[in-house]
Design a protein around this ligand. Structure first.
Ligand code: FAD
Length: 483
């Protein structure tokens, strides 16, 4: 039988549930990626994210060739065109079964249901695998069978369930036989209406500038599965220091695996497996650094599970519905200053420069800038969420939405509304000698370690754009009024 693996956000050959199962069930195997740049754009996905995805796809194609699995690419526009296009591809390639790993935001789920319906009508089987999380969404429940709304008990139950079965990453697929004893999969197919199925990954996409894919390097990030494995291994050498050092943005102490996890160049099981193997197989206890890192992986898990249980999160709504009544500020000018890193608060500005220059931001800083925008300036968190998506190389709907709603106190298990990050004391605590600020704001480099967090007027550096203390009081007051 001929099978087709439909790759989406799982761009790797090792430990890929859909790919592995397909290689076991089918005699011959081809792979497909469908680019939907119009939809990606409407989801706010930015150049760095998309360029990185396409660069990972290049690497994957080369790796799949070593297994005699040709990777086709279809370049269409929107998710709504996917079902028909996939049906056509499957019919033309005489495919009997399609294999894919599940995706959880609501538009992706709707697309996948529509694909299932249309393939069913053509007698083609499709199977979606749970692969993005340690446990399938919906499988971690309270005693009453309800979804968890608070992280700590979710984590407790998840750890209990995980401890009951071993994490065993899947091997790479076997080398597949060449089609029909010597003939080959077609190099390309004309699909009609100007659409062509080819084995060429597009070097240009409408709405996007993705020039970097040729070198496989996007803003200093090398794409692909091989690089992800290298980073995981290197991080393993310093993981025991993770808990002590992870909050200091000047140190390179976190794994920086997020772009790889989100494009699927590495799996969550591979990450957990590495951590467990350094911790005598234990999910808890042992090294504090390792336990702490596992806990962070579980935050990702928590936010992904929530998306499935609470579809409103995919529809721009807050988890706490009463926070819809917050009189958010929609001040474009203030927002633009925040985006450009010109707020006059050094730690906020340095963080935004890190994002704008490297397409990534340290977790502590994400919380600080998100709190500054949504609390001190009371600007709608959804503006910030979108800006992050447009600029992050690791943009992930579940974690981004979860992180913003947590910080803005609109989410599940959110920071209590009266706890507003003070950007100055955060700066003193987590960048005590201003190393991080100096790296990104050269105008402040000559200030001493005390002044650098809240500087006197400095030529070339803006004055503070809002009253930080009054902003904090206003935020607490508007949230208190909801009670
Ligand atoms: P490490 O510290 O090495 O952690 C390992 C992995 O655990 C990460 O790669 C990530 O997959 C997961 N993880 C760690 N912390 C969190 C967390 N708080 N929430 C969810 N998962 C976590 N993460 C994204 O992957 N994509 C996003 O778009 C995103 N947006 C965020 C927005 C805000 C406002 C906040 C506060 C956090 C956001 N995060 C997001 C979570 C976190 O900041 C990043 O995952 C982390 O900084 C990535 O760096 P790392 O790979 O070195 O992480």
């Amino acid at each position: 039988a001929r099978g087709l693996v439909w790759f989406r956000s799982d761009l790797r050959m090792q430990d890929n549930s859909a790919l592995y199962r397909a290689s076991q069930c089918c005699e011959y195997l081809a792979a497909l990626f469908i680019a939907c740049p119009h939809n990606w754009k409407s989801h706010g996905e930015g150049d760095a994210l998309v360029a990185f995805r396409m660069a990972c796809l290049h690497e994957l194609q080369t790796r799949l060739q070593t297994r005699n699995i040709p990777l086709y690419c279809l370049n269409i526009s929107t998710f709504s065109q996917v079902p028909k296009a996939l049906q056509q591809v499957a019919l033309r390639l005489k495919i009997e079964g399609v294999f894919a790993n599940a995706e959880y935001p609501i538009n992706e789920q709707r697309r996948d249901h529509a694909v299932r319906d249309i393939l069913c009508k053509s007698g083609i089987h499709i199977e979606y695998y749970s692969d993005r999380t340690l446990l399938p969404p919906g499988s971690v429940r309270t005693g009453n069978g309800e979804p968890y709304k608070v992280f700590t008990p979710f984590k407790r139950t998840l750890l209990q369930l995980c401890a009951e079965s071993a994490v065993n990453p899947l091997p790479v697929p076997r080398k597949m036989p060449i089609l029909d004893g010597g003939s080959h999969w077609p190099k390309w197919l004309e699909m009609g209406r100007g659409v062509r199925l080819t084995q060429k990954i597009p070097s240009q996409l409408p709405h996007y500038s993705i020039d970097n894919t040729v070198t496989g390097m996007v803003k200093g990030w090398k794409a692909g599965e091989k690089e992800a494995q290298k980073r995981l291994k290197l991080f393993g050498e310093r993981i025991t220091r993770y808990q002590a050092e992870r909050d200091f943005p000047a140190l390179d102490s976190t794994s920086r695996l997020s772009p790889y996890l989100n494009s699927g160049a590495i799996s969550i099981r591979q990450c957990a497996y590495m951590a467990l193997s350094l911790n005598d197989g234990n999910w808890q206890g042992g090294s504090e650094g390792i336990a702490c890192w596992i806990s962070e992986l579980i935050w990702r898990e928590f936010y992904t599970h929530l998306l499935v249980d609470f579809p409103r999160l995919s529809k721009g709504q807050p988890f706490k519905l009463e926070t819809e009544r917050i009189p958010w500020v929609y001040n474009q000018k203030l927002f633009d200053c925040w985006g450009r890193g010109e707020t006059g608060v050094p730690i906020v500005d340095a963080a935004m420069h890190q994002l704008n220059e490297s397409a990534w931001m340290h977790n502590r800083l994400r919380m600080i800038v998100a709190s500054f925008l949504s609390k001190n300036m009371l600007i709608d968190w959804r503006w910030g969420e979108r800006y992050f998506m447009q600029h992050l190389i690791d943009g992930d709907f579940a974690s981004n939405n979860g992180g913003w709603q947590w910080t803005a106190s609109t989410g599940t298990d959110a920071a209590p509304y009266f706890r507003v990050f003070n950007p100055y004391s955060q700066s003193q605590k987590f960048d005590p000698d201003g190393t991080f600020i100096r790296r990104y704001i050269p105008e402040l480099a000559s200030l001493n370690n005390r002044e650098i967090h809240n500087p006197p007027p400095v030529s070339g550096y803006p004055q503070v754009i809002c009253d930080v203390g009054a902003g904090r009081k206003r935020a607490i007051a508007v949230f208190a009024r909801l009670k």
